[in-house]
Design a protein around this ligand. Structure first.
Ligand code: ATP
Length: 453
């Protein structure tokens, strides 16, 4: 026993003496009881035992901690012209302070800076891999890519950014092409689930008979023709991530009941399955339909609506945010120039009046299509109004009274020409054929409606 404790003491002494950290222990009066070699070498004094700590160590506060009894952690202490990181901790035994332990973790803050630089580099690498990972998982849009300078868009973006941080179910409504999917991506990318999967299901595009197994999966042998081993549904695939239920307004009623159960229980049951599977999924639903109207028609469950409608983001249509047009046109042209290789160097002034006058029923998706078509139609590198091939006249509400028959006929004729040109990618001969008129007659009409290059 005696020998054991002697050995133990020797071991402790050796450990303390050889530690890389500088270590000092004082009694409650501030007299040094122990100071290891690292510390003695650093201050350049060997004979230290029994001396007051202030005589040996510059700027020390060991004696102050001995009085206050309050530990001081990670304090900068300047010794011999170097900033050090000092910890001073009172040691208690039987409720009485018996000593104060002081350590210096870094003898030189430069070591700490080197460590910080390494951490910084690791952080940068981590951010890079996060971005790459996210790109592979498909959530490619972020809030800063959503053009929205207009006050109504700012409001929606702010709310979306706030709600992204939580796990709340979000319902995104808005006309077709307003950017609902874009918002869903951005919410996922700004959430704590950003590293998880982002899965989109278009409820309108999948046949009713398949939707259930697509969403919830099926067990082995659930129905004839099913893959033997069974299959995970989109909900299971979205575990720890986000699922976007696009066009939720088109979901068949029986499935709505099942979806409601999933949202309530946070469990899915595969088709033909016996045991429910727990899932951790954030649900975002989107629709361009008026869900209240669908409820009145008996086509959408009211209880599901309230479950989804925790936070609603209503994306304003493009015609209600004309301030966003210039930035959108800029961004879209840039993307299109890259994908088509066609260069637009100049935008003629008349383009803007047409863009502002048009009501954009297909919103930003339509704007993109119109610009892409115009790029293919234009000759040279200046985009002009006539290249847009959108008819603003048939689009305007008849605020100035009923149009004359001639005006109506002309509007219809112009719209038919524009549509034919769009269909044929700007090929005039083909367009004339489609409309069943001669080439020369077609050119006359193009001239009449200001559509000739
Ligand atoms: N605010 C925006 N800034 C930049 N691009 C946008 C914006 N809104 C939409 N877009 C672009 O417009 C197109 C349509 O967007 P998205 O698919 O998100 O619309 P949606 O509302 O989900 O349409 P739908 O209801 O038809 O599914 C996409 O190419 C998207 O990149």
């Amino acid at each position: 026993m005696e020998r054991d404790s002697q050995n133990y003491l020797k071991l402790l002494e050796a450990v303390l003496e050889n530690a890389h950290e500088a270590i000092v222990v004082t009694d409650p009066d501030g007299k040094i009881l122990l100071m290891n070699r690292t510390y003695r070498d650093f201050v350049g004094v060997q004979d230290v035992i029994g001396r007051h700590v202030t005589e040996v160590i510059e700027n020390t506060r060991m004696h102050i901690v001995a009085q206050t009894g309050k530990p001081e952690v990670a304090q900068i202490q300047r010794i011999k012209g170097q900033d050090m990181i000092a910890n001073r901790v009172p040691i208690f035994a039987d409720g009485k302070m018996v000593a104060v332990l002081g350590t210096v973790l870094f003898q030189d803050v430069r070591q700490l800076h080197a460590l910080a630089a390494t951490v910084d580099q690791l952080k940068q690498e981590l951010a890079y891999y996060k971005r790459e990972f996210r790109r592979k998982l498909g959530a490619v849009y972020h809030f800063d890519q959503i053009v929205g300078l207009s006050p109504n868009m700012q409001e929606v973006k702010n709310l979306a950014q706030k709600v992204a941080k939580s796990d709340t179910t979000v319902l995104i409504t808005g006309e077709s092409g307003t950017g609902k999917e874009l918002f869903a991506h951005a919410i996922h990318a700004a959430s704590r689930r950003e590293m998880g999967p982002f899965i989109r299901v278009n409820c309108a595009a999948i046949p009713d008979t398949l939707l259930e197994s697509e969403l919830f999966g099926y067990e082995e042998g659930a129905f004839t023709g099913a893959v033997r081993k069974g299959k995970k549904g989109k909900f299971e695939l979205a575990d720890h991530g986000t699922i976007l239920l696009d066009e939720i307004g088109d979901m068949p009623l029986p499935l709505q009941a099942k979806l409601l159960r999933v949202l309530q229980e946070k469990e899915v049951e595969r088709v033909g399955g016996i045991r429910p599977v727990s899932i951790d999924v954030r649900v975002i639903a989107s629709t361009n339909r008026d869900l209240q109207q669908r409820i009145r028609e008996g086509k959408f469950r009211e209880d599901l609506f309230y479950r989804l409608n925790v936070v609603t983001l209503t994306i304003p249509p493009l015609r209600e945010r004309p301030e966003d047009l210039p930035r959108l046109v800029d961004d879209l042209l840039e993307q299109l120039m890259e994908s088509t290789g066609i260069i637009v160097k100049e935008i003629a002034d008349d383009v803007w009046s047409v863009l502002h006058e048009y009501s954009w029923p297909g919103n930003i998706r339509e704007l993109r299509n119109v610009l892409e078509r115009a790029m293919h139609v234009m000759e040279g590198d200046c985009l002009k109004a006539k290249h847009l091939m959108i008819s603003t006249s048939d689009n305007r509400t008849a605020s100035s009274g009923v149009p004359t028959l001639k005006e109506s006929l002309e509007a219809a004729e112009r719209a038919a020409i524009v549509r034919a040109l769009a269909e044929t990618g700007g090929n005039k001969l083909e367009a004339a054929k489609l409309l069943g008129i001669s080439k020369s007659g077609f050119y006359q009409k193009l001239d009449k409606y200001g559509l000739l290059n």
